[in-house]
Design a protein around this ligand. Sequence first.
Ligand SMILES: [Zn+2]
Length: 400
Amino acid sequence: MNPFGVRFAALPKNVQCNPSSLCAYTSTDEGNATPRYFRCTHQAIPPASGLIGPGMQPFGAVVQPFADPGSYEAPIPVVKSSGASGDDILRCGRCGAYMNPGFVFLEGGTSFRCNLCDCVSAVPTTYIAGSMSTENARPEMKFGSYEVAAPAALQGRKVTGQSMLILIDCSPTAYQSGLTQQVLASVKASLDYLPCQRNYSLAIVTYNHAAVNFYFSSGPDKEPGVVCMGDITTPFAPLPRSKVMLNVAEKRQEIEAILAKVESICSSHASESSKPAVSAYQSCGGAALRSAVEVLKSQGGGKVLWFFMEVPNAGVGTARSRNSTQLWNTDKEAVLLRPDETNTFYTVLAQECVAAGVGVDTFACHVGEADVASIFHVSGATGGEVHYYPSFNSSLYHDH
Ligand SMILES: [Zn+2]
């Protein structure tokens, strides 16, 4: 019996059922997307409208365009345009459907009929001049899933390489929980595994309750420098992008020196006072994120990995508590699941990130409640990911 409660034996013999999403399986794309990328809620659809109507069965699909292929499955093929305009990426003239094995070529291959809307469109001469006759040379004619590389005309900006800014909470509570040390150790251990290191740049930025520190290299075998940005109400980028971004292949030694310096500064602060002051529980995370984005916005965009132990509660981006038990189980409960309308900091920042090509991955490790709907919006809107480690402590999460 499958997860939907339908006995396979009850289906006609010519109906093939998808494997359950709960089991390991290997699928082959023979013209239809595999259930790894596109899975309908129904294993079979009645062919007669007389059966569909009275049944009143809701129909849906789970689409995962970026799912990882199985261990023994072929990677998704990539279709590239031969020109800058992308005219030879074949699409239906009416509904915009991309070329797929269901398209029917007519009139000797000079036109085609869309299998979604029945519209007949002309085939561009550039497409005919290609290797249409060789089936293997055209993945879009053979597979149900394929990637289309965006032609130059659709690329908003020139991508020169990958840039990643690591934004680390170095407050006393973050250090005492082991978060700061864990991030520093993970970054150092990951340097060898970054893809295409010659095109990869890295920046290290830290923050606490009242300031944001930007680290830069002073040269090989020299002590790294640090610039403190203390204006947490109107944050800015105190250094140009070229100063804080270090190429992983060329500046490996300098990056490791910066990681060691951050560790040294944090440990010295922690040893000064074993009992955290009131400010230890404050964080200018919002200001730190804003200034980090300002660095990446200046040229080409990039990715921010934002680690925080304390919910931002100082400077811009302060997240207030919105959890009102009076709204639970009422029509207004949905308001709690949307970003705070009275605090537009994260929604505005998210819009700027999208325009500048900046993505934000959030690693939330805080204790207690947080206005998740507002803070995480910046990740959700920029294609980033949210990782949640409640009440993080390195002794508990050492295997993550
Ligand atoms: Zn169409």
